[in-house]
Design a protein around this ligand. Structure first.
Ligand code: TXA
Ligand code: MG
Length: 369
């Protein structure tokens, strides 16, 4: 076990797997013990790393908001080991919820349900509903079983920053602020869960994510996609974000963001690559340091030697692009560049979640081609 200390707490790094590739029962027990004694444990899920606390304990949950510097107005997702624990967190369970749970759990789908009294209001930003999911990661499930309480967990990053897909990303944001990170290597889905409001009629996606709109419609044909943003060309300040949280939790125009200026072209393929090429040349001519985030095949075509390139995998492999997006964004962000250029990947399948994250990472603005 390693320890690091450059904040108020000593953040322990616990490896979740043994060298033989099995889940380390001692590490899981230790992390569960920390959670049961009101501590903060970052743990892997199939989407991104979460920052967990005992969801039934309001003091422990408050610690999450403090560590992330997250406003109390942004509600958390509660994680369960199985759908059979739903009555512990939800006051009512509509039949659609059971159908969806049966089909998609464990997995990257968060359902909005009426909040049970046992779950303190701080988890839900004071609201009457709660987001719930069963994550599909063996380490997350082992931890949830060992802890034996519902675990509230947002993504384990500083508020508004890019979500973490490795334990190193978690430490980069939260070292010294949390008790422990359970390290299980990179996550596999790479974008967060789909948040679905099934209390609305028809049910509506609040945040697109790892379960696609098409997959949801195969089970519930009425499901609506996310509402379009008010405008694609709006300046976004932190004050606007505060107002936005109050109106629609989690629907911030600036979120998932690198520190470097990011320009996203809302187009794919050849036209997008041409626009990025032109923008990169113009920025280089101004003496700026330029990074691009591109699928492998497009990166190979970009003939600009002075540009820093982060590769996302093959352009026809949206799961690979989703898996590598946040790590690639963080890697470019660490390069002290002036500008990062990228483009969207259509609106179908995982393309919708990628479109949403890229738009928010760019502060709510995208360029048309
Ligand atoms: O994949 C994920 O969902 C990851 C992993 C750790 O499970 N978690 C995650 O949590 O992304 P977070 O807090 O970063 O994002 C949760 C989203 C926010 O947009 C929040 O506003 C929304 O879910 N949410 C949570 N509870 C809600 C509620 N009761 N009503 C509406 N939206 C809710
Ligand atoms: Mg988050």
């Amino acid at each position: 076990m390693n320890t690091v200390n450059d904040g108020h707490k000593i953040t322990r790094l616990l490896r979740a797997f043994t060298l033989a590739g099995e889940i380390d029962g001692d590490a899981i027990e230790e992390a569960a013990r920390i959670l049961r004694s009101d501590g903060l444990v970052a743990f892997p899920t199939e989407t991104v790393y979460g920052l967990g606390a005992d969801a039934t304990n309001s003091d422990a949950v408050s610690g999450i908001f403090a560590a992330k510097e997250r406003p109390y107005s942004d509600p958390l997702i509660v994680h369960l080991a199985s759908a059979s624990a739903l009555p512990q967190v939800a006051a009512e369970i509509p039949s659609e919820a059971l159908v969806l749970a049966e089909r998609f759990w464990p997995g990257p789908l968060t359902l909005i349900l009426p909040r049970a009294e046992a779950i303190p209001a701080v988890v839900a930003a004071g609201g009457a509903t709660i987001g719930v999911r069963v994550p599909a990661h063996p380490v997350a499930l082992a931890l949830l079983r060992a802890t034996d309480v519902p675990v509230a967990a947002p993504s384990a990053n500083r508020f508004m920053h890019t979500s973490p897909t490795t334990a190193e990303h978690v430490l980069a944001d939260l070292d010294g602020r949390i008790d422990c990170v359970l390290d299980a290597g990179p996550t596999t889905v790479g974008v967060e869960s789909t948040v679905l409001d099934i209390l609305a009629y028809p049910p509506r996606i609040l945040r697109p994510g790892g379960v696609t709109l098409e997959a949801l419609r195969a089970v519930l044909p009425d499901v609506q996609g996310p509402t379009a943003p008010a405008s694609t060309v709006q300046t976004t300040t932190e004050q606007q974000n505060d107002a936005a949280i109050a109106l629609a939790p989690g629907q911030l125009e600036r979120h998932y963001a690198p520190r470097t200026r990011l320009i996203v072209f809302d187009a794919a393929g050849e036209p997008a690559l041409a626009a990025i090429h032109a923008e990169a040349e113009a920025a280089l001519a101004r003496g700026e340091r330029v990074g691009v985030l591109l699928p492998d095949d497009e990166a190979d075509m970009l003939a600009l030697p002075d540009v820093t390139v982060a590769r996302l995998g093959s352009s026809d492999d949206l799961p690979a692009i989703s898996r590598s997006l946040y790590a690639a964004l963080r890697a470019l962000d660490a390069q002290r560049l002036d500008i990062i250029l990228t483009h969207t990947f259509g609106m179908e399948g995982l393309g919708l979640a990628l479109w949403d994250r890229l738009r928010r990472a760019a502060g709510g603005q995208m360029r048309t081609v």
